[in-house]
Design a protein around this ligand. Sequence first.
Ligand code: ATP
Length: 287
Amino acid sequence: MMRKEKAYAKVNLALDVLRKRPDGYHEVRMIMQTVDICDELTFEKTKEPGITLWIEGADLPADTDNLAYRAAALVLEEKKIREGVRITLKKRIPIAAGMAGGSADAAAVLRGMNELFALGYSTKELQMLGVRLGADIPYCVQGGTMLSEGIGEILTPLSTPPACHLVVAKPDINVSTAFVYGHLQADSLPFHPDIDGMVHALAAGSLKGITDRMGNVLETVTVQEYPIVGQLKKLMCGMGAENALMSGSGPTVFGVYTDQGKARETAAVIEEKKLAGAVFVTSFCRA
Ligand code: ATP
């Protein structure tokens, strides 16, 4: 029997950091949103024990350095499973992009193995397993539109935004999440996005209410270090986006459009000027 799962990427419609905790973690408030860009995974049982991970479309480690592998190992160990699992991962989500690609894969492995081995974990239980591997994984278990608080483990489902079009552009630079959080002046941020206002705008179904409140405090570090991020935002806003923002710790920038034609034109210009190695015209989705 073979199981299949899709692992969807996310963007942050808003990302705020409240403080750095004494243990080094940052306390965040983020609005997470699934976008229609996904990796595909398949799962099969094998008689011989252990994990085989086969990756297509990316040069990534296929061992314990891979979050998908780590998630599989965690499940096999927790449930003392004697059989093995063969996982294929077709990678499409840009890597180290601020789109939670690795976390989405890990969450898909948790869901897929729960079904494959009929383990009977509840969603909540999968989320509690996932948080041991990464703060974004509990969100990725369910996806959709969520308020994420604490270090990412306190989740509140929100209304899906109204239909619109997105340009998602990942410039050809690698940004380390650790570098960005390490350089963030969490106690003296120049602004805080209006997260409560955005929650209300989502409930009211107001796209303008949402786009007016898009904000990400991590831009204070990344835009300064990598001017291309600011350049992409400016280009999108100049070409008809309601607003544009960096996702997570970057460097991916997404623009929100009401007009699909303008979104397509913007993507074409980004490709033509080679401002980003990966460019998508896509939309929000429920996962
Ligand atoms: P986040 O938004 O959670 O910070 P990200 O999109 O910035 O995530 P990922 O694509 O998840 O970053 O990858 C970050 C690092 O994790 C990469 O440098 C990569 O080597 C490693 N990694 C481990 N497993 C995976 C995986 N399954 N997919 C992608 N990257 C992985």
